[in-house]
Ligand binder design. Structure first.
Ligand SMILES: *Cc1c(COP(=O)(O)O)cnc(C)c1O
Ligand SMILES: [Zn+2]
Length: 426
């Protein structure tokens, strides 16, 4: 079999990584924990030896249902943790189709990812493994919540020290879902951009692997698996439109890279999909740049939104995210908090999914895109759900029906329903 050729000594696949390359001046760098070009300060990206990669549809069939099935296109070698990350459900959303009068809507749900119920488990699984390979003894991150949970969990699996830096005012559930791992959680009095700047300073001075800063090129490669899975789970026929939530702007650019790589390897024929970006109205620097057709974006100084996981005022990949949106022929939308809450409730009531605030942003953006005619109701659409509503319950507590309190008696039960309950009589 072609596959055995690619295997290393202990049965694990060898990596096909060639080098790091500057996205701007194209200068190459050896594989190391670096992320910025010395010459032009452009971001570095992993490059593979595509000609040496042999990956066929039928080879994928026999592989385990996790994101490591695409290992040829990831910068990892040897044992990885956790094994069962990725390959989350992708399914047809018939009720939502009916509700929005659309022909074909699909949902890809990373809200049930392992281990911490968000898309971030993909990027962190790659990043922490690389931190280990580069002989770091501590990992860290600047996070809006989900990344923190994921770094805390996966660092614990590897037995590594972890420093989790977050804006101090995140949702309590998200904070606890990091603290439970016994790691250092540090609440910074400021917004995400302050946290990020502080982390960059710490990374200059101490040998700590900040997953989304000094080893960012490796981290962001993990996002590609979300795109690979969309392609494979849709039987290698891509949807006409994908709506993607944007925080730092990495996921949307890497879905695009994933599709281009699959095309290059002959797994898909062409990429006609339009990628649409979603951000909350209260923090929408990328969306604003796309809508105003500007090449550069203006950072948002004071994000104000319930979608805290997406509240990055100065997104590191914002420029590239806007570029991918334009290149693919997509558009961008930024729903208000009210629309976000409404969309979360629609997903729960129509599809049985409790998504986090970011998921509300995504569906809210889709609704706007349909209403403005940017997405046609007759074309196929996929929405990216990337987090779990159980982590952002605080945002919803005022907007759900109150619990009905009764006495433990049948009379008390009957009383609250009046005549309506009669029709259920046996
Ligand atoms: C981090 C995150 C994203 C997207 O992040 P990028 O920084 O744009 O890659 C989307 N949804 C959720 C829930 C997230 O936590
Ligand atoms: Zn450069």
């Amino acid at each position: 079999m072609g596959e055995t050729k690619n295997r290393g000594r202990n049965g694990n696949q060898k990596s096909f990584v060639k080098c790091l390359r500057c996205k701007e001046c194209k200068r190459t760098y050896e594989i190391a924990p670096v992320h910025i070009c010395d010459v032009c300060f452009g971001p570095l990206e992993i490059e593979y030896d595509y000609d040496a990669i042999n990956l066929k549809k039928n080879m994928l069939k026999s592989r385990k249902a996790n994101m490591w099935r695409y290992r040829e296109l990831l910068p990892v070698e040897g044992e990885v943790l956790p094994r069962d990350v990725g390959f989350t459900p992708l399914f047809r959303a018939r009720n939502l189709e009916r509700y929005l009068a659309c022909k074909e809507i699909w949902i890809k749900n990373d809200g049930v990812n392992f281990p911490t119920l968000s898309f971030k488990d993909r990027v962190v699984a790659v990043a922490v493994k690389k931190a280990k390979d580069f002989n770091f003894s501590a990992v860290a991150c600047a996070s809006t919540g989900n990344l923190a949970n994921s770094v805390a969990s996966i660092a614990s699996m590897y037995g590594m020290r972890a420093f989790i830096l977050i804006p101090y005012d995140l949702e309590p559930t998200k904070i606890l879902a990091s603290s439970i791992y016994g790691v250092d959680v540090i609440g910074v009095k400021g917004i995400y951009d302050d946290v990020n700047r502080l982390c960059s300073e710490i990374a200059e001075k101490y040998r700590i692997a900040f997953v989304n800063i000094n080893i960012r090129p490796f981290y962001s490669e993990g996002s590609k698996t979300y795109g690979f899975e969309i392609a494979e789970q849709m039987n290698f026929r891509l949807p006409d439109h994908i709506v993607v939530p944007m925080a730092g702007g990495s996921l949307i650019t890497k879905i695009w890279k994933a599709f281009q790589e699959f095309k290059r390897l002959g797994l898909i024929k062409s990429v006609e999909t339009r990628l649409h970006g979603a951000q909350p109205e209260g923090c929408a620097p990328i969306v604003n740049a796309v809508k105003k057709e500007l090449a550069i974006f203006t950072p948002v100084k004071e994000p104000k939104t319930i979608a805290k996981s997406l509240a990055i005022g100065n997104p590191p990949d914002g420029y590239y995210a806007a570029k991918v949106i334009r290149e693919s022929g997509g558009w961008a939308e930024a729903p208000s908090d009210k629309e976000i809450i409404e969309a979360i409730k629609i997903l729960a009531e129509k599809e049985g999914i409790f998504t986090e605030t970011a998921g509300g942003v995504t569906l809210g953006a889709l609704i706007r895109l349909i209403e403005s005619g940017k997405i046609s109701r007759s074309e196929s659409i996929l929405i990216s759900l990337t987090g779990n509503g159980l982590k952002t319950q605080e945002a919803l507590s005022e907007y759900v029906p109150k619990v009905k309190i009764i006495q433990p008696s049948i009379e008390s039960f009957e009383e609250i329903y009046g005549d309506e309950i009669r029709k259920f009589r046996v």
